[in-house]
Write a protein that binds this ligand. Sequence first.
Ligand code: 5GP
Length: 208
Amino acid sequence: MNEDIPRRGLMLVLSSPSGAGKTTLSRRLLEADGNIRLSVSATTRPMRPGEVHGKDYHFISAEEFAAWVAEGKFLEHAQVFGNRYGTPSHLVNDALVAGRDVLFDIDWQGTQQLKEKMRDDLVSIFILPPSHAELERRLRTRALDSEETVQKRMAKASDEISHWAEYDYVIVNTDLDKALADIQAILNAERLKRSRQTGISAFVNSLV
Ligand code: 5GP
């Protein structure tokens, strides 16, 4: 990244079936890179142990969610596993204009909606598990959900995976460090795109 040259931020979307390691990769990316922030979604699903309101999600009621939809507060929203999830729009535009990147941990439905609205700002990555057996193992060792939910998620995984080809990049998460390095390489390259370096003309003019 050319630190001193003004640029427009980008929207980095990570999608995957549950259990492919996306949450860990998001957390590691956010820790390693000070110029990208997580878009905190709103959801109607119950809070899990260890989750923090306002950090992991804005946990809101179905009534509140419906009101936010009616007020146009979401950039995108979708129903996932019987719960509603949505991306609040208010912080995204400010971040992009200020040259800060925004990370989205959202599903394929949300990605499609963002693509329709903000194609030029969007960089989308699909994370795949290394194998079916490993996906099932990861879902079981997470132990955050009931057996019924695990079964439901396994069934949904193939549905989610069927959308892989709608993404700009695809990463197989065999090794966490390698997958993180791949995401960082994509992010760095996308930051250097000429179209995002809004201050580059002025800089070039100063050279000649
Ligand atoms: P979880 O309940 O396990 O945190 O998330 C379930 C799924 O919902 C994940 O695939 C996650 O990416 C997706 N998700 C989380 N927030 C949003 C959102 O704001 N919009 C959409 N479309 N999907 C979301």
